[in-house]
Design a protein around this ligand. Sequence first.
Ligand SMILES: *Cc1c(COP(=O)(O)O)cnc(C)c1O
Length: 405
Amino acid sequence: MTDRSLPAGLHRDTLAVRTGLERSQHGEHSEALYLTSGFVQPDAETSMRRFAGTEEGFTYSRTSNPTVTSFEQRLAAMEGTEAAIGASTGMGAILMMCMGLLKAGDHVICSRSVFGSTLNLFAKEFAKFGVETTFVSQTDVAEWRAALKSNTRLLFAETPTNPLTEVCDIQALADLAHGAGALLAVDNCFCSPALQRPVEWGADLVIHSGTKYLDGQGRVMAGAICGPSKLIVDVFGPVVRTAGMALSPFNAWVVLKGLETLGIRMQAQCANALAVAQWLEAQAGIARVYYPGLASHPQHELAMRQQSGLGGAVVSFDVVGDTPEEARANAFHVINSTRVVSIATNLGDTKTIITHPGTTSHGRLSEAQRQAAGIGQGLIRLAVGLDHVQDIQADLLRGLSTLTS
Ligand SMILES: *Cc1c(COP(=O)(O)O)cnc(C)c1O
C-alpha cells in the first residue's frame, strides 16, 4: 500500500480540512458522526485495560468519543498546540481549566475587561472555594506585574475584548507569567486560530468558545482548551471525565465542519468589518469607532502584529448624545431602524448582529461600573457577518441619517 498519511508542514487551510479524520471501514469522505453514548468492548480483559487507561479505546462518551476526538485534533493542529480537549460550552472550558489548575489558596490575575461570565466565574464562583482573583487593566502590563504574588498560578487574558476591542500584549503577559512560575491562558474567541495563535506569542493555554466563529453559523454550543499534552491528557481529561462538561458528539461534528471554512469566513468577515468601521468613522452622528484595524485604535500596531494583520469582525461605536439618556435614545433609534441585521446578543455568526451592550451584556452593572468599563449608553456593538457590506451600511444609515440630536 502507498503511504497516504498526511505529510508534515501543511498549511493551516489544508489542516482545517484534512486533520483529525480517521476513516471507518466504509471509507466515507466526509467526517463520520458517532452519535453514541457508549462503546461495545470485544471482551472483559480489553474493557478492563481501557477503563484502567493502559490501552487506548473508547468506552463512554463522557470520557471520549471519536467525533469529539476529530474536532480536538483539528483544532489543536490549527492552534499549533500538541493537543486540545472539547467542552460543552466556552464557559465549560474555562471551568474545566480552573478546576484542573487551581486549588484553595491560589491566586489568579485576570483582565478587568474579559467576558462577563468569565468575570463572574472568577469573582463569585471560584472566590467561594478560596481562589482569589485580582482584576487588572487590559492594556497596562505594569498593573499585571504589580498584582503578582508568590501564590499566583494563572494569568487569564482575552484579546481583543468585548465590546471595546481592547488588545493586550500576549508576549509581555507570557513573559510575566513564566517569570513568576505561573501559566498564561488566552481566550482566543474573537480572533480564532485563523488570525491569532496565542502559543506563538508564548501563551500556555488557549480557550475557545466554539459557539462563536468556530461553528460560525450560530447553530450549536461548544468549547475547548488547547495546550500541551501533559496538561490536556493528565490534568483536564480527568476533570471532564469526573465533572462531566463533555462536548456532545453532534455539536463536535457541527463545529468540526465549521473549522473547514473558518479561514475564508474570517477573511471575508474581517474585510466587511474594516469597510464598515472606516465608513462609520466618516458618518455624522458617530462620536467614536472602536476597531483594531483602524489606525485610530490605541493598540492598532500591536493588533496588526498579533492578529495576522486583520482587525477581527467585531466593530463597536458610540453614537452622539449630550446625556446618557439622549445617547441611549439615539442608539436605540439606530438599532430599531435596521431591517437586515439581527438584534441579538451572540457573535461569530454569518448573519450580522447588532447589540446595545449597556442594556444587555453589561446591563446588570451599576452606571458607575459601566462608566469605569467605558460602556456608555450610546455604545453599539456590531458583530459583522457575511451580509454584503453595502447592505450593512445602508441598514445603519437608515437610523444615523434620521437622528434628531
Ligand atoms: C461567548 C464567549 C465565551 C463563552 O462561551 P459560551 O460558548 O457562550 O459558553 C467566552 N469568552 C468569550 C470571549 C466569548 O465571547
